[in-house]
Structure formats: C-alpha cells, structure tokens
Design a protein around this ligand. Structure first.
Ligand code: NAD
Length: 316
C-alpha cells in the first residue's frame, strides 16, 4: 500500500474506504479491514459512526489489526462550529467509534449552521427541526482554532478541511497555528479541479478526492444532474483506456486520481468491488492517458448545496 506523508509527518494510505450511505456498516467496515483497507472515512453526518466503531472493535478483538494500524477519519458537522461545541461533539463521536483519538478530523463544510441537539435529531442534516436552513455566527477562524485545540489535547492527530475553495484556504493559512494537513474535495474527470489541487499541494496540503466516480454516487439520490449525466464508467475515453490496461473503468478512474498524487476513498458495499478499488494502484497509466481523462472536465459539481437546499452558495 502506497502512503502519503502529511505536512506534520503523519502518514495515511493513499487508498481508503468511504462510509457515506453505507449499509450494514459494522460488517462492511470489518470486511474492508480484513480485505486490507486501513483508512476509514467517516463523518457525524453519515449517521453510522457507532456501527463503524463496532466493525473496528471486531477487527481489533480478532487480532486482524491494532488501533495504531488504522487511520480513522471523521468530520465536524456544520451545526457544531461554535468554539464551545467542537470538543464535546468530538468526544461524543470518539465514543461512538470506541477510540480515543481521530487520525484526521475535518471541518466538513465551510458553513456554520444553527445548533441541533444530536439527541433530538441524528444525523440532523442541513436543517433545524422545523426544516429550515439557518446559519449561525461562528466564523471559520473560530472553528479552526477549536480544531487546533483538538490537536493540542490529543483528540486529533491531524486536522483538515473539506469542501473549501482557494480563497478560504488563503485566508485560513494567514491565521492557522496548525496548518490543515488534508483538503477533502469532490474530484473526478467531470470536475478535475486542477488549480485547487496545484494550490493545495504547493502549500503542502494533501488532497483527498471524494466521489471519484462522478455521478455514480448521486444517482441513487435521484439528483437530476447525476441522473442526466453520462456515466463515467461507460465513457468511451475511459472504456478504451480500461481495455488497453486490461483493468476496469473504476480502476482507471481511481488510478487517474492517485497518479495526480491524490488520496482516494471510494465506497463499495460489494466486497469484490472493494478489492478491485484497493488494487487500483497496481498499474500505471501513460501520461497521455491521464491527460485524455483530464480532458473530460466539464466543471460539473454534483455535491453543490444550492442544488438540494436552494441556498448556501459555498462554491459560487
Ligand atoms: P464513490 O465515488 O466512491 O462512488 C460510490 C458508488 O460507486 C457506489 O454506488 C458504488 O456501488 C459504486 N462503486 C464503487 N466501486 C465500484 C466499482 N469498482 N465498480 C463499479 N461501481 C463501483 O462515492 P461516494 O461514497 O460519494 O464517495 C466516496 C466517499 O467520499 C464517501 O463514502 C465519503 O466517505 C466521502 N465523501 C465526502 C464528502 C464530503 O463532503 N467531504 C462528500 C461525499 C463523499
């Protein structure tokens, strides 16, 4: 397994396992660890951290791995951005996972929403109990300082940001006492994000790509943009390259990302697909093939809050 070295000296595997919309999470996590995955990408918002923790516990109890072999990743949801809320919810999430530190803890989205009690609504999503999207007053600086405190007290080894764009990163780097170690953003051949990747990497921030298969993950949500979009798996440029290397389209899409130096976190319920994804760094694409896949760029973002909320134009 290839590792990526972060700006604080910690290392993470380049290929991890995503936990959004995973069902039967305890079994899926246990099987992913048994198959060789060492990085698990979770979040408060995925609503399955207790189940993920059960899968981790089983793998550790059976001696498959030790805690220190795993990179456990989670994210701070938007409703906990006030400085007084960050540490308590992180402790709660750690309890759900059954561990005493996260390897990486991200700010999930650069937008602060009004607090919703997780004992009343979990995961609460984007709205308060009356179904409205309500912003809160916390700034990113306030939240970042609380994230830095998590490192100081040992609850997170590395901290990062997700769904941030260049201007916000530029601002954050002016005041960050601890620089973000990782940036997690949507990246696939329809949304190549060349400049953002170059900028982050030049600043020593590792980049993790999510939704590596483009529309695929959003089709079950029946989002029009995804349903109406040609599948990357069937795109003639991708299928031709897959035949050339005798690999699957999924593996070609993942290798395109990892050859750009990105970490990836594909999600697969199906164990054979999970193995196929884990094995996607075992071949190299020729530079002209990487370029041909990058040529599919349409600046098409699927995870765009205004499309499903009608507000919060964070990428505008
Ligand atoms: P993904 O791009 O990993 O795609 C998942 C879809 O592709 C599923 O339908 C799955 O069945 C299918 N698939 C997986 N492997 C396949 C294979 N080898 N062949 C054919 N089909 C295959 O989708 P994702 O779950 O949206 O993204 C991955 C992870 O990224 C998430 O689970 C989550 O951890 C993270 N994520 C983060 C954010 C964020 O805001 N930070 C947003 C979305 C996802």
């Amino acid at each position: 397994m290839v590792n990526i070295r972060l700006n604080n000296g910690n290392e993470i595997p380049q290929v991890g396992f995503g936990l959004w919309k995973v069902e039967h999470t305890a079994d899926v996590v246990y099987n992913a660890i048994k198959a060789g995955y060492r990085l698990l990408d979770g979040a408060f918002d995925y609503g399955n951290e207790k189940e993920a923790g059960a899968g981790v516990k089983r793998a550790i109890d059976e001696g498959v791995v030790k805690r220190e072999d795993l990179i456990i990743v989670s994210k701070l949801w938007n409703t906990f951005h006030e400085k007084g809320r960050v540490e308590p919810i992180t402790r709660e999430q750690l309890k759900w996972w059954g561990v005493d530190y996260f390897d990486i803890f991200y700010i999930h989205f650069p937008v602060a929403l009004e607090y919703v009690d997780p004992n009343v609504s979990y995961p609460s999503g984007w709205t308060t109990l009356d179904g409205k999207v309500r912003q809160s007053k916390a700034t990113i600086q306030e939240t970042w300082e609380a994230m830095e405190h998590l490192v100081d007290i040992g609850l997170a080894k590395s901290i990062g940001v997700s769904n941030f764009q260049g201007s916000l990163l530029i601002d954050l780097l002016r005041y960050a006492r601890i620089r973000p170690a990782v940036l997690q953003v949507e990246i696939h051949p329809y949304l190549v994000q060349e400049e953002l990747v170059q900028f982050a990497q030049a600043e020593g921030i590792a980049v993790t790509a999510y939704a590596s298969f483009g529309p695929q993950s959003f089709v079950p949500l029946k989002w029009d943009k995804a349903v109406d979009c040609p599948r990357l798996f069937d795109h003639p440029v991708v299928t031709a390259i897959a035949s050339k290397y005798n690999k699957t389209s999924a593996q070609v899409l993942l290798r395109w990302s990892t050859q750009r130096g990105l970490a990836i976190i594909p999600k697969a319920q199906n164990p054979l697909r999970a193995l196929e994804n884990l094995d996607s760094t075992s071949f190299d694409l020729d530079p002209e093939d990487v370029k041909a896949i990058s040529g599919l760029n349409r600046n098409l973002r699927f995870n765009n809050p205004p499309d499903y909320l009608g507000t919060l134009y964070i990428f505008a």
